[in-house]
Design a protein around this ligand. Structure first.
Ligand code: TRP
Ligand code: SF4
Length: 404
């Protein structure tokens, strides 16, 4: 099941809870930059989400929001291609969250793995709150309100997308049934051109009787192109094609980010909580020192001791940054004690600097011109809001809230 335009739409959010680092760049942002060329992308600052865990220290959030957006832009997210906004500027997310909460079984939320995991992990915070339990549902609202077809996330978030699918299914099941669905759908088909209408009926038969998925895909495309039909009518025809009721909320799919596990300075995954990060705004003159003091294979005490890259966090960085020649040079030089560790680190220092330098230059431009960033966000909110309002109107009326 899918709603009309969702197959081409991507949505993702990031919590503003501190400085972005190379882990965010390699794990998330590079991917966003790729996706913006192919999909209609919505990227937002998840400030309400940040409050679910940082409600007692909101200053971190406040301080991070603008800088985070600047880092996105510096990394190559293009505000002409992607729609960028701040979650709390689109209050419709909150209303959809509320409405969805009415039909969300408590058990579904309690069973989301991150619920107990995070409570255990973030022991210093009191997460026995209503907001924290509901946080995956808020995420569902974020996704469903834009009818996003794809949600790029890391492995830890896949369960949230799965929950979102279940919520959409339950919603459509409860509220997508119009008593006269079939007549309304057929009336909508009549509003299409004779040729297209006939086409849809054939595709419906091909899919529902012969299981022809190509016909289904063609039908969906054809429906998407019916710009003279209202959204409601398109949803009805889509439901008719697919053999369901009216499809109000579409089920998204997780788009697993190709697991670029960015190693930190100590070989563990790069993460703020391990204190092993290189920030995107890292002062470049301190970078050599940071990399040069990285631990190496403990077996290499003297230059003449042979080492093993498999036991060395520096090697993991070469895996991210170096070409085949350099990697061979490291492998041989390390195992034969032919190169020193400082020499081994040199190409990495250079690679990180040349990666960060242009980003920092762009960031500096935006920092000098915060109004430009605000403008981008205002425009983004306006664009996003049109879609949010449209979905919410449908949801309100499906739930019987459209009296005047
Ligand atoms: N929960 C995500 C995280 O912690 C952030 C997020 C909020 C998000 N809403 C979203 C991601 C919607 C994807 C889609 O990283
Ligand atoms: Fe690590 Fe390179 Fe030193 Fe080998 S030569 S131990 S890979 S830093």
């Amino acid at each position: 099941m899918s709603t009309v335009d969702s197959q081409n739409r991507v949505l993702s959010g990031m919590r503003p809870t501190g400085q972005l680092h190379l882990g965010h760049y390699h794990g998330v942002l590079k991917n966003w930059v790729q996706l913006q060329h192919t999909y209609q992308c919505f990227f937002f600052v998840a400030d309400w989400h940040a409050l679910t865990t940082h409600y007692a220290t909101p200053k971190v959030i406040e301080d991070s929001v603008m800088n985070m957006v600047i880092d996105w832009l510096a990394a190559g997210v293009d505000p002409e291609k992607a729609t960028l906004f701040i979650q709390s500027k689109i209050p419709e997310h909150a209303e959809l969250h509320l409405l969805l909460s009415m039909m969300t079984p408590l058990g579904w939320l309690e069973r989301v793995p991150s619920y107990k995991d995070q409570q255990e992990k973030l022991r210093d915070k009191d997460l026995e709150t209503y907001g924290f339990l509901g946080y995956p549902l808020l995420q569902s609202a974020d996704i469903l309100i834009y009818r996003a077809g794809f949600v790029p996330v890391g492995a830890d978030q896949v369960a949230h997308v799965e929950l979102t699918r279940e919520i959409a299914r339950r919603f459509n099941h409860l509220y997508g049934k119009e008593p006269d669905h079939e007549q309304l759908a057929l009336a909508a088909v009549k509003k299409m051109s004779k040729k297209d209408g006939k086409e849809i009926l054939l595709q419906r038969t091909a899919f529902q009787q012969q299981g022809d998925h190509q016909a289904l895909a063609q039908g969906r495309t054809l429906i998407r192109e019916q710009q003279n039909l209202s959204l409601s009518d398109r949803e009805r025809v889509l439901g008719y094609l697919e053999g369901s009721g009216k499809v109000i909320l579409s089920e998204p799919q997780a788009l697993l980010t190709p697991a670029a596990k960015m190693p930190g300075l100590d070989g563990q995954k790069m993460s703020k909580s391990y204190g092993n990060t290189i920030a995107l705004r890292e002062p470049l003159d301190g970078l050599a020192k940071k990399i040069n003091t990285m631990p190496t294979d403990p077996a290499r005490i003297r230059l003449t001791d042979a080492g093993n890259p498999d036991n060395c966090p520096v090697w993991q960085l070469h895996e991210v940054y170096s070409d085949t020649d350099t990697k061979n040079w490291v492998q041989n030089g390390c195992r034969n004690a032919g190169i020193g560790c400082l020499a081994c680190k040199k190409p990495l220092v250079d690679a990180v600097i040349s990666e960060l330098e242009p980003m920092q230059a762009r960031a500096a431009q935006y920092q000098k011109d915060p109004d430009e960033v605000r403008n981008i966000l205002v425009k983004g909110s306006e664009r996003a809001r049109v879609h949010a309002v449209e979905t919410l109107n449908e949801v309100r009326s499906a739930m019987g809230l459209s009296y005047r």
